[in-house]
Design a protein around this ligand. Structure first.
Ligand SMILES: *[C@@H]1O[C@H](CO)[C@@H](O)[C@H](O)[C@H]1NC(C)=O
Ligand SMILES: *[C@@H]1O[C@H](CO)[C@@H](O)[C@H](O)[C@H]1NC(C)=O
Length: 389
């Protein structure tokens, strides 16, 4: 009897809440814009696509290697091997480079050495993922994953299946990121691999089957802080009272309905399928709506760089969105993006998924304004105001 009681207590102590601190750095795209290299890069990419029609016809992945801004530390294996990954709610696989990834894109990255891990198990199946601007692939393996930095409090998830990349495309070369940690649903995962956090939930490692994302801003996006992912609980330190939960219309991405995109004199009353995506640094939406919003904000399209410029001191008022019966207002501080050159961008881009998928990506500008609560267990998403002023 006594043994059982002790056992139950141990079980209780194991289920937990874990805070994972992020760091921020400007996306590769913003860096290229700042250095004046982006137009030439786009021209090169578009030529490549024109010369290879098979690339142009690939279904668009919402993620682009050049577009990640918020990064976190994880470790894999026993003892810990360290990696820097994008914590991405717009995909569902974990992968990192492997020691036998020989190409230039892998050169400066941390690489996983399975021979140095006592807990590694071979899987042998292949995987490959196509991104908006490149691809990655290799074989699958299984090992101990820990969210967070080695030496600090970590969330340990034994028996996590992940991709060991033996190939990553050149788009990924100039990037501090080693790999990507997808946080969406299993149904979105390549090869049906159970995503790490769902694996943690299935093993009873979290108090609640959800996580909260708070992304930090510091006025000017020139110097953005990191943020915190809170696994297993609603973040009440950085987020105000819950506004509402919205049922997901599809539990693949975190996909739901939103309508009434308005800014200044521009109004669009249509209802759209949207996704919340930490791995996209801007808002993406249908070309006609984005251009309407941009025009109302006083932003100007630059065709050679495919971005909207806006004066840094512009104050066009909030960009409003309706989700369920609630109005959400994204303030200019969160959608006007400073490139660091005294030049600012309107943080939205035209996006065409190609008919069947979502038609909007609510990326970082939305998530900086509102904490998002990704409720995997109840297939819903919650919103709460960020407490940061
Ligand atoms: C990640 O790890 C590196 C190296 O150990 C450290 O410098 C950095 O501050 C860590 N980042 C976060 C967000 O903890
Ligand atoms: C946006 O919402 C705010 C309330 O948060 C309201 O004051 C403003 O008029 C709205 N703007 C538009 C264009 O709908």
């Amino acid at each position: 009897m006594r043994v059982i009681v002790i056992f139950a207590l141990v079980g209780l102590a194991l289920a937990a809440v874990h805070e994972h601190k992020l760091s921020w750095r400007p996306s590769k795209k913003i860096e290229m814009i700042r250095r004046g290299e982006y137009a030439a890069y786009l021209e090169y990419k578009n030529k490549l696509r024109a010369a290879h029609p098979e690339l142009a016809s690939l279904s668009e992945n919402v993620n682009d290697f050049g577009d990640f801004e918020y990064l976190g530390n994880i470790t894999l294996g026993t003892p810990d091997q360290n990696f820097i990954v994008v914590l991405d709610t717009g995909s569902a696989n974990l992968w990192v480079p492997a020691t036998n990834c020989n190409g230039k894109p892998c050169k400066n990255k941390h690489k996983f050495d399975s021979t140095k891990s006592s807990t590694f198990k071979k899987n042998g199946r292949d995987w490959s993922i196509q991104y908006g601007s490149g691809d990655a692939g290799g074989i699958l393996g299984e090992d101990l994953l820990k969210f967070g930095q080695t030496g600090q409090q970590q969330l340990a998830v034994p028996k996590t299946t992940f991709g060991l990349a033996t190939h990553i495309s050149s788009d990924f070369t100039q990037d501090a990121t080693d790999g990507i940690l997808g946080l969406a649903f299993t149904s979105l995962a390549v090869d049906g691999v159970v995503p790490p956090l769902i694996n943690a939930i299935n093993q009873g490692l979290l108090d609640q089957p959800l996580f909260t994302v708070w992304l930090e801003h510091r006025g000017s996006l020139n110097n953005v802080g990191g943020g915190v992912f809170t696994y297993g609980a609603v973040d009440t330190t950085n987020c105000g009272p819950l506004i509402a939960y919205q049922k997901l219309s599809s539990a693949t991405y975190f996909q739901f309905k939103a309508s009434h995109f308005t800014l200044g004199s521009y109004q669009n009353t249509k209802s759209y399928e949207v996704i919340s995506d930490t791995g996209t640094s801007f808002l993406g939406g249908p070309e006609n709506v984005i251009s309407g919003l941009a025009k109302a904000a006083g932003a100007k399209w630059h065709a050679s760089e495919e971005v909207y410029y806006i004066p840094c001191n512009a104050n066009p008022g909030p960009l409003n969105i309706t989700i369920g019966s609630n109005l959400y207002s994204i303030q200019p501080v969160n959608y006007i993006v400073d490139t660091g050159n005294n030049q600012c961008l309107f943080g939205a881009f035209p996006f065409d998924f190609g008919g069947f998928g979502p038609s909007w990506i609510l990326g970082d500008p939305f998530i900086r304004q509102y904490c998002n609560i990704y409720d995997l267990g109840n297939k819903q998403i919650g919103f709460a105001p960020s407490l940061q002023k």
